[in-house]
Design a protein around this ligand. Sequence first.
Ligand code: SF4
Length: 221
Amino acid sequence: MKHLDMKNDLPEGVLAQRDTGLYSVTPRMPLGNITPEQLSVINSVVQEFDLPGVRVTAGQRLKIQSIPEDKVRAVIDRLGAVGEFCKYYVQVCPGSASCRMGMQDSLDMGARLESRLNALDLPCKLKAGVSGCSMCCAESFVRDIGLVGKKHGWTVVFGGNAGKRVRKGDVLADNLPGDEALELIDAVLALYAEEGRKGERTARFVERVGIGAVRAGLSMD
Ligand code: SF4
């Protein structure tokens, strides 16, 4: 059986499930939130196309999976705006809005970060984690970009990865007000966009150039 050409035919955001002829799509769910209307669209797509259901991903999204090849485009059309592709996903914890441990408003910070990230064009995929306190429920130290809320502001972490070669991210700064934390993230991602190799995650980028060079590039020496 000839499957869809990965590079040329697949709509953005659709992934092949190995060589099974089945595909999956993960609709955008900003900050892990989903409205009743969006949920209703996803539910009707699953039922209309007789799909087995959805899976909750580690990144707080609902993955619609086991879509037969001949139904991929129809599923994408039916999802419409709900199936919008999200380039860079931000994982957040509930933060001070509803967690008694929360020191900072991670939901608001995550929303601000996500809108900035999705305007960028980076060398590789990027994951971010925004945690409202040092418990780090959004896994901020093993994300490309991490934010951790403290009593007096935000800790900014860069270059973490939870994959095959685990790397704990480096702390670039502590106790920054929200605006300054986002400005520092803009600056370090501009450096990564300029000097990172295509397909190189931030963890591998930091290992190659050294965190000292990253700090020097940010004039943090
Ligand atoms: S990181 Fe802290 S604020 Fe966020 S959910 Fe965990 S304990 Fe609560």
